[in-house]
Design a protein around this ligand. Structure first.
Ligand code: PMP
Length: 356
C-alpha cells in the first residue's frame, strides 16, 4: 500500500474503492454494471437521492438551498457563477489568493466588471489578505477557501457579508464545519475530498438566482439544473456513485465534526515536525496554513532530490511541490489516515539523521 499525498485527484477510502469496483461488475445484485444502467432507473435515482441527502445532512444545508451534481469541474463554475449572478452592468468582488482564484476572476470578466478587493500576489500567495472591505454594491463576493497550490486556507470564513458569498471549496469541502447559511453559492470539484474527478458539487441559495437579465444556455443555467434535479442531461453516474459512497463513509466516521478534529491533528503534527526539523521549513504565514495541503521546502534545496527518493522508497507518493512553489506539498485530505502522516514524519526524521 502506498501513502498517497497527491493533491488531486486525491486519496479515497479503500473501502469506497472496493465497493465501487464491485458495482462496476454487478451493481447491488442487479446483474448489471452501474456503468450500464439508465440514469433514470430507480436504482440510480436512489443513488442520486442519497447523495443529495448526505450532502444536506453532513453540511447541515438549510431550507432554500439546492444541491446539484454537475459536470465540467470547478473550472466551469468559474464561468457559471458570473453567468448566473453578475449583471452585465454590475460588478463582482474577488479575493485573489492564488492561481485558482485568479482563474475564477478572469472568467468573471467575460460577464461584467471585476473588483479585486485584495491580493497576496506580490508574495507569491504565501498568506491570506485580511484587511479589506466587501463592497456592498457588488453582485457577490468570491473567495477560494483553500488554496491547493500554495497551502493557505481561510481559517475564518465570512460570516456577515452584505452580499452573497460565492466560495470555491474544491480542496477543503467536507474537511471542516461550514455554516452554509453564510453563503450564496458553494462549489467544489469532487476529486479531492469527495470522490473521483468528473463531478462537481454545487450548493446554491435559490433566491440569489434570476437576477440577471441575460439569456443563459440551459446547461449553464443553475435554474435548469435545479428543475432537472441534476438530470437535465445524463449525469456522471459513476462519479456521483463514488461520491455518495465517500459521503456514507464520512457519515459513518462521525461526519464533518469528527473528521475536522482528525484533520486538525494531522496538520498539527506535520507542521510541528516541519518547524522542529532543521532540514525543513514552511512557506506560508503560520496563521493561514492549510489543514489540507501542507507546503514546505528544504533549508538546503540540494537535498530535495534525495529526500524525494527516500519518500519514494518508503511508499510515499505525491509529495512533490507544485512547480510554482517548488519543494514539497503533502496533501492530507480526509481519506489519508494519520498513520500515513506519521510515516512521512518518520522519513523526515530519518533523512535528517542520515544527513546531519
Ligand atoms: N479550484 C481549486 C481550489 C482547485 O484546487 C482546483 C483543481 N486543483 C480547481 C479549482 C480546478 O478544478 P477542476 O479541475 O475541477 O476544474
Amino acid at each position: 500500500m502506498k501513502h498517497n499525498f497527491g493533491a488531486g485527484p486525491g486519496i479515497l477510502p479503500h473501502e469506497v474503492l472496493k465497493q465501487a469496483s464491485e458495482a462496476v461488475i454487478d451493481f447491488n445484485g442487479t446483474g448489471l454494471s452501474l456503468l450500464e444502467i439508465s440514469h433514470r432507473s430507480k436504482e440510480f435515482e436512489a443513488v442520486l437521492d442519497e447523495a443529495v441527502k448526505l450532502v444536506k445532512e453532513l453540511f447541515n444545508v438549510p431550507e432554500g438551498y439546492s444541491v446539484l451534481f454537475l459536470q465540467g469541474g470547478a473550472s466551469t463554475q468559474f464561468a457559471m457563477a458570473p453567468y448566473n449572478l453578475l449583471p452585465s452592468t454590475g460588478k463582482a468582488a474577488y479575493l485573489e489568493t492564488g492561481v485558482w482564484a485568479n482563474k475564477a476572476l478572469k472568467e468573471a470578466k467575460y460577464f461584467g466588471e471585476v473588483e479585486i478587493v485584495a491580493t497576496s500576489k506580490e508574495s507569491n500567495f504565501t498568506y491570506i489578505p485580511k484587511d479589506y472591505t466587501i463592497p456592498a454594491d457588488a453582485a457577490y463576493f468570491h473567495i477560494t477557501s483553500n488554496n491547493t497550490i500554495y497551502g493557505t486556507q481561510l481559517q475564518e470564513l465570512p460570516t456577515s457579508s452584505p452580499i452573497p458569498v460565492v466560495c470555491d471549496m474544491s480542496s477543503d469541502i467536507f474537511s471542516r464545519k461550514v455554516n452554509v447559511a453564510d453563503f450564496g453559492l458553494i462549489y467544489a470539484g469532487a476529486q479531492k475530498n469527495m470522490g473521483p474527478a468528473g463531478v462537481t458539487l454545487v450548493i446554491v441559495k435559490d433566491d440569489i438566482l434570476g437576477k440577471v437579465d441575460r439569456k443563459i444556455p440551459s446547461m449553464f443555467n443553475y435554474q435548469t439544473q435545479i428543475e432537472g434535479g441534476s438530470m437535465y442531461n445524463t449525469p456522471p453516474c459513476f462519479a456521483i456513485y463514488v461520491s455518495m459512497l465517500t459521503l456514507r463513509w464520512l457519515k459513518a466516521k462521525g461526519g464533518v465534526e469528527a473528521i475536522e478534529q482528525e484533520n486538525i491533528t494531522k496538520a498539527r503534527v506535520l507542521y510541528e515536525e516541519i518547524e522542529r526539523n532543521p532540514f525543513f521549513k514552511g512557506v506560508c504565514a503560520p496563521e493561514d496554513r492549510s489543514h489540507m495541503n501542507v507546503c514546505f521546502v528544504m533549508e538546503n534545496p540540494e537535498h530535495e532530490k534525495a529526500f524525494l527518493k527516500l519518500c519514494d522508497e518508503r511508499g510515499i507518493v505525491g509529495v512533490k511541490g507544485h512547480r510554482s512553489v517548488g519543494g514539497f506539498r503533502a496533501s492530507i485530505y480526509n481519506a489519508l489516515p494519520i498513520t500515513s502522516v506519521y510515516v512521512l514524519i518518520d522519513v523526515m526524521q530519518e533523512f535528517a539523521e542520515k544527513n546531519k
